[in-house]
Design a protein around this ligand. Structure first.
Ligand code: SF4
Ligand code: MG
Length: 334
């Protein structure tokens, strides 16, 4: 279980001007998160839109620069790599985007789209390139006759296959997939997911899978980090998360997913209120404005992410309470 990627205290803050007087406000899009991803696993980042999961994915690949923190890929600190070296490493670290139409240049043919990464990173002759492109098209379920067509001539599912082909053509080790199936019809989603799972085996890929759709996450990931307003509030194995979610936010998210197996959370927990404005997050536990179990201290004291069961971390005062109670019991019995 060697980590391929280790993220430590990652922060991405940006300034926005707000209001009549254009006052500068700092938005903590990613606020001090740490996690590591094991080689060959599929690690999910989940949460509602605006929670910082896409920003995290983009920051890891340096498509946007972090404010601070460390990201180690196979032991190398990516954040301090000079641009040229990072560019070189890009062949190992790829991204699949949510909207395959927006991420594929409409003016280019499929052949041109897939030639680009090869031209930058491989010393192939034109005929070797074409051979490689046809090979990868077959792997993703397309064919040679698609070479000279443009993205708009394909269905959404086919376009995502092209996006995936572009990501795997350089034989990468690590792929950030940001909502790769959310824009697709449900019937097409499972085909694309199965393709991703097949490619994972074939190319020994590690995935960071970003999604707001928990039924997809349950089906295809090994471990999950749940994010809320820029922070990780729960992190554990996918199976444990669905069987026994600890954080009230996770419990609410999971209670809304149709269950494929029995779960401990049986009652539907309906969250009231919207996600607060990330430019002005609530004090204390950022979830306190929507939490059905909110206590007085939640409004002023932010809970830390701590291990509450074996391999299961969460940040919620409900569990630190329990720990204190346990400690008291021991003291009384002595
Ligand atoms: Fe709810 Fe308090 Fe736990 Fe936050 S710390 S999730 S407000 S119980
Ligand atoms: Mg997003």
């Amino acid at each position: 279980d060697i980590p391929i990627l280790e993220v430590t205290n990652l922060k991405k803050y940006y300034k926005i001007s707000q209001g009549l007087f254009k006052s500068n406000i700092v938005v903590k899009a990613v606020d001090d998160i740490s996690f590591s991803i094991k080689k060959g696993e599929t690690f999910a980042l989940v949460g509602e839109s605006g929670c910082g999961k896409s920003t995290t994915g983009r920051t890891l690949l340096r498509l946007t620069e972090a404010t601070s923190g460390e990201v180690r890929y196979k032991g190398k600190d990516l954040m301090s790599l000079p641009y040229e070296k990072m560019r070189f490493l890009r062949k190992e670290l790829q991204m699949v985007f949510q909207d395959p139409y927006a991420s594929l240049n409409p003016k280019m043919t499929i052949k041109q789209i897939l030639t680009e990464p090869l031209r930058v990173h491989k010393k192939y002759t034109p005929s070797e390139r074409t051979k490689k492109i046809i090979e990868i098209l077959k792997i993703v379920g397309l064919s040679e006759e698609h070479l000279d067509r443009h993205p708009n001539e394909f269905s959404g599912g086919q376009r995502q296959r092209i996006g995936i082909a572009r990501a795997v053509i350089l034989n990468p080790d690590f792929i950030v997939a940001d909502e790769p199936v959310s824009a697709l019809d449900v019937s097409v989603q499972s085909q694309v997911i199965n393709l991703m799972l097949d490619l994972q085996k074939e190319f020994e890929l590690t995935y960071l899978f970003i999604s707001h759709d928990l039924s997809v996450v349950e089906h295809m990931t090994d471990r999950v980090a749940v994010m809320y307003l820029g922070k990780i509030v729960e992190l554990t194995e996918t199976e444990k998360l669905f069987k026994d979610p600890k954080h009230p936010y996770t419990q609410a998210l999971i209670s809304a997913v149709p269950a494929s197996h029995p779960r401990e959370v049986k009652k539907r927990i309906v969250l009231t209120g919207d996600v607060p404005n990330p430019a002005n997050p609530p004090s204390g536990c950022a979830f306190h404005t929507r939490c059905p179990f909110v206590m007085e201290k939640c409004k002023s004291i932010a809970p830390n992410l701590t291990e509450v069961a074996d391999g299961h971390q969460t940040s919620c005062h409900l569990y630190s309470e329990k720990k204190e109670e346990k400690t008291n019991v021991i003291i009384h019995s002595e």
